[in-house]
Design a binder for this molecule. Sequence first.
Ligand code: FRU
Length: 492
Amino acid sequence: MPSEALREARRFEEEEEKKLEGSLRPNFHLSPRVGWMNDPNGFSYYKDRYHLFYQYHPYNTFWGPMHWGHAVSKDLLHWEYLPAAMAPDKEYDYAGCFSGSAITLENGKHLLVYTGVSKEKTEDGRECDVQTQCLAVGDGEEYEKYGENPVIDAGMLPKNSSRADFRDPHVYFEDGVYKLVAVNRAGDGYGSVLLFSSKDGFEWEFEKVLKHNDDGKFGVMWECPDYFSLNGKKVLFLSVQEMEAKDLEFTTGNGNICMIGSADKDDNFVSEFVQTIDYGYDFYGQQTLLAPDGRRLMIGWMQNWDNINYRAGDCKWYGQMSVPREIRIENNRLYQWPIREINSIRKNRIEYSDVSLCGKKTFEGIEGRSIDLELSIKPENEEELFQSFSINFAEDKEHHVLLKYIPNEGVVEFDRSQAGSRNGIVHSRKCKVYGKAGYLKLRIILDIYSAEVFINDGESAMTLTFYTDVKAKGISFEANGNVNLSIEKYEL
Ligand code: FRU
């Protein structure tokens, strides 16, 4: 029987959803049913459909006591909302049901593993979080919190582990054992990924520290871990707080990183390569799942804590998920590409092949705010490298978002400073491009308030949101020098 708090949240979302009818939303990216959304949670395939839960505050468009919103989909593009799955209604989670994951139990039930947040007074009188790991069991629609919650608390951890920063359990099944990774702030103040195991998914034991953020090399505290095998490598995904910039690889603030490595003979994770997952501004809290056909799919919160006050003027809902992406490891690098299901919603193809471009130009039919755009660029003459190539999109007389390629520097730059923002946030980001200078492939997915750019068949991705009036749908191209350009465009 759902608690009063959950029934209230469900009544509220059902009523308020009607008032949002007709308000502008992304076409195929999941946004909250009402109110506020952050991290994806419990991304899983259960009973023949994909389930995506999310950090949810239905009552307004700002973060508040976390509920779990719930949506299901057959193709990860058309979503159906289900009633909210959890509300913060227990002694151990009254301050929030924080991020977590899901797995199918051997008895066919769906198990949600999440962080319950409550509060305690510290010796100096401050109020502090107590974060513990908790369970809820369900059938894909109704979930009941486990009577023995919490199942993991800081009492099980190494000395000096934080009680306040201990969260985001990611559960998986390996060699007949349930395992989960969660993050904790260790005694030195930096994040650690901790590994736990369980025979049945209910009784958990602490195994070891899988990875520690030595000397704060990658930010300070970590969040939202995901640990899995992919193309013969072990991969650890993390969201990172208080990152320090390093070259073009890591940028300041809240970021995301991918560690690629292997497991040693004692099953410790040895990180060999570290890179950013998404080089744009708006990607955080990513989760992956293994699809029934063997693909590893990733989805992220298409926002960033640093940018949450940049929003549409008449914002009626806040937050959205990225397009789900197929990921792979190739030459010790993470590659990502929009799920192939997107091909089935592409329509009205327009193509321009091998066009010579020098100066600024628009092309008939190449415009829109919900489109899939594939571009291929090369020098018009082999011996003569152009200085730059740029695209403006979401363009009207006064606004645009700029994407610029500078072959000599091997860099792609995003700039949303002319997109109509009034916020003093980061408006420009750069990303290194590999491969031969002057040759570039781009795939750009636009969906009303967002752009996701995939560079050179997915060797890097850059994601951003922008809230330019949707009537600004122009696209123009500009070359400084001589560029040979091919364009393929679809409406989505
Ligand atoms: C990451 C995060 C998680 C936490 C959740 C709370 O975005 O801070 O660590 O579980 O959001 O909403």
